[in-house]
Ligand binder design. Sequence first.
Ligand code: AP5
Length: 261
Amino acid sequence: MNAPLKNDRVPWLQGPSADSVERAVKCSTVSSEGKNPWRLILLGAPGVGKGTQAELLTERLGACHLSTGDVFRAASKRRDCDQSPAMKAALEYMRRGELVPDSTVWEMVRERRECILCTGGFILDGFPRTLSQAESLKELMETEHLSLSAVVNYELSVDEIVQRLSGRRTCDKCKSVFHVTEKPSKGKGVCDRCGGRLFQREDDRPEAIAVRLEAYERSTAPLIHFYKNLGLLLPIVAKGSPDEIFTRTMDKLADDKSKAS
Ligand code: AP5
């Protein structure tokens, strides 16, 4: 597997419609040498810790953290006139905790297909989330002769998930994730990494959390069987500290790789 890389995720977060002079579609560092990059999907209920693990995995494996939720949140910061009607509608779904329609999500991912095809690999977080999205991704990857390394499924009780979501705080600049008790920042309300302001996500309100958990059970949980049938699923218990879960994940990935070779 290739050496760790640094990646700023600008092409993923902004997409090809970004209007900066540089059009901001180039990564600051892109691997052109990765012979066998990691291509992972992280599955699991909202708040199970996918984003937290994606950051740790990115640091270790070098593959880029691609979160569809982060793309929507980045779009919500744009001026109203820079948001397409489809994106405005998508943000309303997100505020309520509902899933954004498949057609909008797939259009957004398709626009960023270079990130999926990147020679540095990827760690997908929050996508795919429905069978239709999983089928679309599978078709794209087959067309491009790419294969997934594994699909990691994080498992945790609903009570612990709600506790994680209600205490989450996110940096408005670099998107780093904290928790008021489990992973507090050193300065109150300030990101340790970049000094940005920490905020509570709108969809972490109790009403939205209930809707998200219901949407997960209905639409996303079936993906567990989908990827199990493809022989790609790696279930991981998501209890314990982020570092413990990360070690568990790396052990499972290494074990899976040695079985495959
Ligand atoms: P998205 O941003 O993908 O949110 P999500 O899947 O609901 O997941 P979260 O980001 O809430 O949680 P996480 O598992 O990443 O946990 P985290 O690491 O932050 O999607 C948001 C919305 O966008 C969706 O509801 C939908 O509307 C829309 N959307 C996005 N993609 C879509 C798609 N493909 N199709 C349709 N709609 C889509 O951790 C949570 C908290 O716990 C943090 O505070 C963290 O510090 C803490 N924590 C993490 N690990 C631990 C630990 N081990 N111990 C204690 N605390 C921990």
